[in-house]
Design a protein around this ligand. Sequence first.
Ligand code: 13P
Ligand code: SF4
Length: 319
Amino acid sequence: ADERHALKARIKQLLKEKQAVLVAHYYVDGDLQDLAEETGGCVSDSLEMARFGRDHAAQTLVVAGVRFMGETAKILSPEKRILMPDLDATCSLDLGCPTDEFSAFCDAHPDRTVVVYANTSAAVKARADWMVTSSIGLDIVKHLHAQGKKILWAPDKHLGGYIQKQTGADMLLWQGSCLVHDEFKGVELELLRKEYPKALILVHPESPEGVVAQADVIGSTSQLIAAVQSSDAKEFIVATDNGILHKMRAAAPGKIFIDAPTAGNAATCKSCAHCPWMAMNGLQNLLHVLETGSNEIHVDPAIGKKAVVCIDRMLDFAA
Ligand code: 13P
Ligand code: SF4
């Protein structure tokens, strides 16, 4: 505990000295989330991370999350320096949607409006008409559907399927998934709900259909935390990365939070309920990048220029 305290104090001092700001996601280590809040940075969902980074005056952003979050920050602010604790922190959705194959998929369906999830590479975003995050994807597709647009959606099949069902839009889905949320199981959740009949079921829409179908609240990380804050329930079953429990517990002390069930357990399943790439962010490597200025994110400016269009569309829509 003493060592953690010393590391945090040193990081705070360096953020000040380097005039850098820390932007963290709810799935990273709780110490990093606290540091972001205590130092005037932000901890939030993907949409708010993008907006906060773009609007903040600091010329150095340290993004604690996964690669697409750092890339989005860079695309929105090419003049800023974007650092990340570990540049190898990626995402199974991003990995499962390689640029060449995606580009061929788009070429084969030129009549469709291309909507991609934030969890993609800069090059994939450069091919898209719209980028969305989980907090706003439903509203944007509703809007496009009302205009009579047919949609090509990538990469998350569960989020895409959920939005398709809700909106009735014509959506052609790429077949990607998040390796964390994919592990949540509907049948086991039904059994758990019988044990906790009063619990509110909170589900991130990257989860499989049978899990989403049992949800009381479906939403982005920020929306699920807001639901905890506004609910009178005493117990919650949470189907998303358990990094989020840090904030939920702080928001509602004394309440009970239960991980939604997965088929495996920690011994058999490396990614159960916690993202291995989010877990690569720690106090040590955060301190190291602040000391050395290493791990800077670069995006090919030509790709960034194309990719920014679909991100700006979302941010304008959200404004
Ligand atoms: P949100 O925080 O935008 O809900 O995104 C979840 C996610 O996929 C991060 O990995
Ligand atoms: Fe990607 Fe899932 Fe990890 Fe989020 S939790 S970064 S969607 S693999």
